[in-house]
Write a protein that binds this ligand. Structure first.
Ligand code: SF4
Length: 313
């Protein structure tokens, strides 16, 4: 799959099978700056909705993909390098996709803009919406999600409740836990009450499994995650390892391609080997060369080596 600006993958996703990613905003425009974010710090924190990428160009790429590519994804996923509902024409984009293919559309969102009626309306035609909600009290919300100043957690919760009332598709709510930040018994108890009001179809529990934006953001262990899952009941499952903002590599071995993909977020050698279609020795050689050139560097996180851009990269 070559020469696409806004499409990437299909990438294997625990929740969505083979998922073709569609990037609606540039890296990294978001309403939040989550401490655990895998794609780096938010450089453009905003709640301004606008046409971040040109709709016409995006639709042409989707048409080209559907016409030329032999791989058929399980989902077309609006996610990528930031918060997709910031794109003011996301509703138009979903409708355009639905007219061209029967492949279901998923939206991976932090849910922060669902308090706006027009955003709820825009997502009406998506087949599945995967919002996140990592906190239900204001102090914890500020600590874990570091939102744009005008947000309050109550507004976000109300947006999710309103969305559930009007939306007929599947809502899979994700909660990502960071040790000592949003995992207190009180917060979890309140989360349960809030989730009862939101009524999602599924609850996906996650923790920090890749290098986070803030090095001090730490994961819960399996036992702690299991305990939380039991508290949330039958709809809950643990999905640690799921990428909210997945990336993929494509054919080719150029160092430019590695740099381009690492610009999205750090990746381990096994991530790179899964996605890139070149022999491991050649890939390792390119990585070593980039380290020597000081364009990338290694970082160890929870015993695994990740590659990330260096300051010069
Ligand atoms: S995890 Fe998603 S919502 Fe949080 S800062 Fe990163 S891009 Fe934004």
């Amino acid at each position: 799959m070559k020469n696409y600006c806004y499409l990437y993958g299909p990438v294997p996703s625990r929740r969505l099978g083979r998922s073709l990613g569609i990037d609606l905003v540039p890296h990294k425009a978001c309403t939040y700056d989550c401490i655990y974010c895998q794609i780096g710090k938010t450089t453009w924190k905003t709640m301004e909705r606008k046409e971040y990428v040109p709709v016409q160009d995006l639709i042409e790429e989707i048409e080209r993909f559907l016409r030329d590519e032999t791989s058929s994804p399980d989902y077309l996923s609006l996610s990528g390098s930031g918060e997709p509902t910031l794109h003011s024409k996301i509703g138009e984009i979903i409708q355009a996709i639905k007219k061209r293919t029967s492949i279901p559309v998923a939206v991976l969102t932090n849910g922060s803009l669902l308090f706006m009626e027009e955003v709820r309306e825009d997502l009406r035609n998506a087949d599945v919406v995967l919002p996140s909600l990592d906190a239900v009290t204001e102090g914890v919300f500020l600590k874990v999600n570091r939102p744009f100043p005008l947000f309050s957690v109550e507004q976000v919760i109300q947006g999710l409740i309103q969305f559930r009332k009007s939306y007929g598709g599947q809502i899979w709510l994700e909660i990502l836990f960071c040790k000592g930040v949003n995992d207190s018994p009180e917060e979890i108890l309140r989360m349960r009450e809030v989730i009862d009001r939101i009524q999602p179809d599924q609850i996906h529990l996650n923790t920090v499994v890749r290098p986070p934006s803030e090095k001090w953001a730490s994961p819960l262990n399996q036992e702690e995650m299991e305990k939380i899952k039991d508290l949330f009941g039958k709809k809950a499952s643990i999905i640690s390892g799921f990428d909210r903002h997945p990336v993929s590599l494509e054919k080719g071995d150029s160092k430019e391609m590695i740099l381009k993909i690492l610009r999205r977020r750090p990746l381990s050698l096994s991530d790179l080997l899964k996605g890139i279609k070149i022999p491991p020795e050649i890939l390792k050689g390119s990585l070593e060369a980039l380290i020597e050139e000081r364009k990338i560097r290694k970082e160890i996180f929870k015993g695994e080596t990740y590659y990330e851009l260096s300051e010069e990269g």
